[in-house]
Design a protein around this ligand. Structure first.
Ligand code: PLZ
Length: 451
C-alpha cells in the first residue's frame, strides 16, 4: 500500500492497521445485541444496509464493535472522501471545539464561515465573482439553491432529470426520481417540478447532442423555457446509478439555460470535493455552472453543505432571507478548511486518479469474466458496474443483493445504487491503498464466482 495515502492520525494509525479482518459472523454478537436495542427504539423507516455497528475508523478501514475490520468502499456515502479520522481534520475540529462550538452566523459571525466561502469560491468552476451560503445537509443546499434561483429569476419552474436524487425533504423528495423508498406515501408534494429525460449512454445509446436535444425539447414542450427558474443536474448521477452523461450533453444544456435565463445548477453533493480527481466533476465535462451545490465530502465527516453561485444570483435574496440556526457551524467550518488544506498539501486529486487506475482495469477484467456486468463506468474514485440479465439491458437486482451480502461476510462494505437497484458503486476514500482496492476486487471476484 502507498502508506502515504493514509495521512496518519497518531491516535489510530497503530491501532487500526489498514487491512481486512473478519473475526466473527457478520454481524457479530455485540452488533446483534445492539441491533436488538435499536429495533425497539429506532423506526424501521431508518434502515441500515449492514447492521454491523461501527466503533471507530481510520483511513479506509471501519472497525465494528466485535473487532471486525471492513474495507470501506462507500466512505459513508461519499463523505469521508479524504479518509476516516484524517489527522488534519481531527486536529482542526478538536481545536475549534474547545474554542467556539456555536454562535449562529446570522447572529454573531466568525471567520471560519467566511474562509469556507472564500475556498469554495476559489475551487468551484469559473473565475467569476461568487458568493456562498452554508447549511447542514445536502437536501438543505438543494432547497436553498432552488429558493435563490426562484428569487433571482422571478420564475417558479424547477427542471430535474430522470434518475436524479436530490434529497428527502418535501421539496427534494419531489425532485428525486425514485418513489420507492424515497417518496412513496409521503406526499403531498410541492408543484412546479418538471422531470425530463437524462443522458444514460448504456441505455439510450444517444450522443450527448442528441440526448440534450431530447431533454430540451421535452422541457420546451411540457413547460416552456420562460417558466423555468433553474435546471438542476448531477454531473455524474449518484443514487440513480452513477450515470456519466455522454460527451457534450452538459455543455448543450448549459448553453440552452444561459440563452433562456435559466439558472444552471450542478448538484455536486456526491460528485464534488475531489471525488473524481477534480475539485468538482463539472470540470470533466467543460461546464461552468451558475450555481454549485456541495455537501458530503466538504467537511471530512462533519455536517456541512454549501450553495455557491454567481454573486449577482446570490445577491437577489434580500437580507435575512437566508439562514438557519446551525448553518455553517464553526466546528464543521474548521474541518472544511482542513479538508481543503489536506487536498492541497497531499495532492489528493491525484489519489482519485490513482484509484481509477486500479479500479477500472479490475472492473473491466471482471466484466470479461462475468456476463451479468453490462456496463462499467465512472471517473476517479466514483465508479460503478451495472448488473443485467446476460446479453440484455434488463436489470439484475437479485445478483446485486447476493454480491453485497457475500462481500459483507468477507469484510468488504459495498454500496448499491440505481433506479432499478442493479448498480454496485465504488466510492472509497482517497486514502485507500492499492492493496486494499485489489483485496476488495478479489473478494468481489469470489462473490461473482459464488453466484
Ligand atoms: N444530492 C447528489 O447524493 C445524498 C442519500 C442517502 P443529504 N445522497 C445520499 C439516503 O438514502 O438518504 C444526496 C446526493 C445528491 C443531494 C443529496 C442529499 O444530501 O445530505 O442526504 O440531505
Amino acid at each position: 500500500m502507498t502508506d502515504s495515502a493514509v495521512r496518519s492520525n497518531p491516535k489510530y494509525a497503530a491501532e487500526i492497521v489498514q487491512e481486512r479482518r473478519v473475526l466473527t459472523e457478520i454481524p457479530g454478537p455485540k452488533s446483534l445485541a445492539l441491533h436488538e436495542r435499536r429495533l425497539a427504539v429506532v423506526p424501521a423507516g431508518v434502515n441500515s444496509a449492514l447492521p454491523a455497528y461501527i466503533e471507530r475508523a481510520h483511513g479506509a478501514i471501519l472497525v465494528d464493535v466485535d473487532g471486525n475490520q471492513f474495507i470501506d468502499m462507500g466512505a459513508g456515502i461519499g463523505v469521508t472522501t479524504i479518509g476516516h479520522t484524517d489527522h488534519g481534520v481531527v486536529a482542526a475540529a478538536s481545536e475549534q471545539l474547545t474554542r467556539l462550538t456555536h454562535a449562529a452566523f446570522t447572529i454573531s459571525p466568525y471567520e471560519g464561515y467566511v474562509r469556507v466561502a472564500e475556498l469554495l469560491g476559489e475551487h468551484t468552476p469559473g473565475t467569476h465573482a461568487k458568493k456562498t451560503v452554508l447549511q447542514n445537509s445536502g437536501a438543505e443546499a438543494v432547497e436553498n439553491g432552488v429558493k435563490i434561483a426562484r428569487k433571482y429569476t422571478g420564475r417558479n419552474g424547477v427542471a430535474v432529470l430522470d434518475h436524479a436524487y436530490h434529497g428527502r425533504t418535501s421539496l427534494t423528495m419531489a425532485m428525486t426520481f425514485k418513489a420507492m423508498p424515497y417518496s412513496l406515501g409521503f406526499g403531498p408534494f410541492p408543484g412546479d417540478i418538471y422531470r425530463a429525460p437524462n443522458s444514460y449512454p448504456f441505455h439510450d445509446g444517444l450522443s450527448g447532442a442528441d440526448a440534450a436535444r431530447r431533454t430540451i425539447a421535452y422541457l420546451e414542450k411540457s413547460v416552456g423555457a420562460s417558466d423555468l427558474a433553474c435546471l438542476i443536474v448531477e454531473p455524474i448521477q449518484g443514487e440513480g446509478g452513477f450515470q456519466v452523461p455522454a460527451e457534450g450533453y452538459l455543455p448543450a444544456l448549459q448553453e440552452w439555460c444561459t440563452a433562456n435565463g435559466i439558472v444552471f445548477i450542478a448538484d455536486e453533493i456526491q460528485s464534488g470535493m475531489g471525488r473524481t480527481g477534480a475539485y468538482f466533476a463539472s470540470e470533466h465535462f467543460g461546464v461552468v455552472p451558475d450555481m454549485v451545490l456541495s455537501a458530503k465530502g466538504i467537511a471530512g465527516g462533519l455536517p456541512l453543505s454549501a450553495i455557491t453561485a454567481r454573486a449577482e444570483i446570490m445577491d437577489a435574496a434580500h437580507p435575512g432571507g437566508l439562514g438557519g440556526t446551525f448553518g455553517g457551524n464553526p466546528v464543521s467550518c474548521a474541518a472544511a478548511v482542513a479538508v481543503f488544506e489536506e487536498i492541497e498539501t497531499f495532492d489528493l486529486l491525484a489519489e482519485a486518479r490513482r484509484i481509477e487506475g486500479v479500479l477500472k482495469p479490475a472492473l473491466l477484467a471482471l466484466q470479461k469474466k462475468y456476463d451479468i456486468i453490462g456496463d462499467v463506468r465512472g471517473i476517479g474514485a466514483m465508479n460503478a458496474i451495472e448488473l443485467v440479465q446476460p446479453g440484455t439491458h434488463e436489470p439484475n437486482t437479485a445478483a446485486l443483493g447476493a454480491l453485497v451480502a457475500f462481500a459483507a461476510q468477507h469484510g468488504v462494505l459495498f454500496l448499491t445504487a440505481g433506479t432499478y437497484g442493479n448498480v454496485l458503486r465504488f466510492l472509497p476514500s482517497l486514502a485507500i491503498s492499492d492493496e486494499l482496492l485489489k483485496d476488495a476486487m478479489n473478494v468481489l471476484d469470489h462473490a461473482f464466482a459464488a453466484l
